[in-house]
Ligand binder design. Structure first.
Ligand code: GDP
Ligand code: IMO
Ligand code: MG
Length: 444
């Protein structure tokens, strides 16, 4: 049975959690293939909000096996706390499987992430400070510790002693910090975390293949998004893994021929947290968060920027950080279609545009007087890119109750048709509110 990938097409927080949850209903396995607890996925079920970081969105259905695959970096403390949170809300977490090949996030990863950001000052990336980059660096440098090392305390300790020696030198000599204690780390990971994690540790590659061979439906859940991809995103303002659909193959251990459906998730506008280029960014009032300064910006732009943040509640699911807002960018989306071989799109948060008199879509960039309809590969061109907009009429209608295509006003349909024409991929699902049932299924 073929597999489906759900992937973010912008800079994250598109509403992947909500639509992964929706698509997961038809699946037997939901597999997270990259990233770590830098992700924050919100799913609202009957008014109750679930904020997930590491656990795949499918956990909310009893019939699904949620799998944390080899491509993920796992902080066991966070994973156990998330399982406790879910269990307290009545969710059965015994089904969760964690790959023995997934890499562990250790305390020095978080320390080095935090200290590096501080050292970079104004040049910082705005990471989530969860140790993601340092953990993936150690994986690539072949000094990482893996989940399976928890099962063999001697090996865990031997590897930790070697790597900690080097990390403590870095902490002391580069960052002027006190060393971390190997006994303390080993005690926490081996004595406190291991007994609880052990029943979940599995050969997840085998699990995924057995499911596929048995004709079960497998959903590969991406965290972060296309433009945060280490290879294809706005480097260096990216995360340290490969969220693009191709990353699902390495991150879960399947070949590309198994994937026959790739659903891209895009917000009806764009947001970004952390620093980095953002051609359609709108200024917001108050302090600028890695975004545009307030000075010299006209009131209309501020009103729109504030509208997206306030009406869209654009604050980090776990971090609480305010997200930078901007208009929908079809240039980026066209690139995301190519990078992921998207077969369909889900547009989220259409309801956030409900009250606007007109809506804008960036259809091209003006780069120093030259019109570009594809994403410039050179970072200086992207920084210089000015959006070329098409303006469409707004619908001025409350969409939060819309559940059928015919509930969408003509202007909203025209807007969606315009996006389809711009990016060349059908829009199958449209989000009309945060709730599990607030969506329109456009066509089969
Ligand atoms: P993710 O990281 O891509 O899963 O997205 P987040 O959960 O970080 O952010 C998306 C936010 O938008 C969450 O608070 C969701 O509850 C909310 N959301 C998702 N879809 C919709 C929608 O169609 N309309 C509205 N108003 N909110 C939505
Ligand atoms: P979800 O899955 C939005 C951003 C950070 C920073 C950059 C690198 O909820 O969409 P990292 O801690 O990964 O090294 O930070 O990536 N970032 C996200 N932005 N949504 C996310 O996840 C993100 N995960 C990381 O803000 O700019
Ligand atoms: Mg998020």
């Amino acid at each position: 049975m073929p597999a489906t990938v759900v992937v973010g097409t912008q800079w994250g927080d598109e509403g992947k959690g909500k639509f992964t949850d929706l698509v997961a209903k038809e699946m037997q396995l939901v597999v997270r293939y990259q990233g770590g607890h830098n992700a924050g996925h919100t799913i609202v079920v009957d008014g109750e909000s679930f904020a997930l970081q590491l656990v795949p969105s499918g956990v909310l259905y009893d019939h699904i096996t949620p799998v944390i695959a080899n491509g993920v970096v796992v902080d066991p403390t966070v994973l156990l706390a998330e399982m406790d949170m879910l269990t307290a809300k009545g969710v059965d977490c015994s089904r969760i499987k964690v790959s023995g090949n997934a890499h562990l996030i250790l305390p020095y990863h978080q320390e080095i992430d935090r200290l590096t950001e501080r050292r970079l000052g104004n040049a910082k990336l705005g990471t989530t400070k969860r140790g993601i980059g340092p953990a993936y660096s150690d994986k690539a440098s072949r000094v990482g510790l893996r989940v399976q090392d928890l099962l063999d305390p001697k090996i865990f300790r031997a590897k930790l002693d070697v790597v900690l020696k080097e990390k403590n030198q870095v902490l002391a000599k580069v960052f002027n910090q006190l060393p971390l204690d190997a006994d303390e780390i080993a005690h926490h990971y081996l004595e406190e975390c291991r007994p609880r994690l052990e029943p979940h540790i599995a050969d997840t590659v085998n699990l995924v293949h057995e499911a596929l061979e048995a004709g079960q439906h497998v959903l590969l859940e991406g965290a972060q998004a296309t433009f945060l991809d280490l290879d294809h995103g706005t480097y260096p303002f990216v995360t340290s893994s490969n969220p693009v659909a191709g990353g699902a193959c390495t991150g879960a251990g399947i070949g590309p021929r198994y994937i026959d459906r790739v659903m891209g998730i895009a917000k009806a506008y764009v947001t970004r947290v952390g620093t980095g280029p953002f051609p359609t960014e709108l200024a917001i009032s108050g302090e600028a968060v890695g975004g545009k300064p307030r000075d010299g910006v006209d009131d209309e732009e501020l009103r729109l920027g504030d509208h997206f943040v306030d009406v869209g509640h654009e604050y980090g699911t776990n971090s609480g950080r305010r997200r930078r807002p901007g208009w929908f960018d079809a240039v980026m989306l066209r690139h995301a279609v190519r990078l992921n071989s998207l077969s369909e799109l889900a547009i989220t948060k259409l309801d956030v545009l409900d009250k606007l008199e007109e809506v804008r879509v960036c259809v091209a960039y003006d780069v120093r007087g030259e019109r570009m309809e594809h994403l410039p590969y050179h970072q200086s061109d992207l920084h210089a890119a000015r959006p070329v907009y098409e303006t469409l009429p707004g619908w001025r209608t409350d969409l939060t109750q819309a559940t059928e295509t015919h509930h969408l006003p003509r202007e909203a349909e025209d807007y969606l048709a315009f996006l389809e024409e711009q990016v060349g991929v059908p829009i199958r699902l449209v989000g009309t509110g945060p709730g599990r049932t607030q969506f329109v299924h456009r066509r089969d």
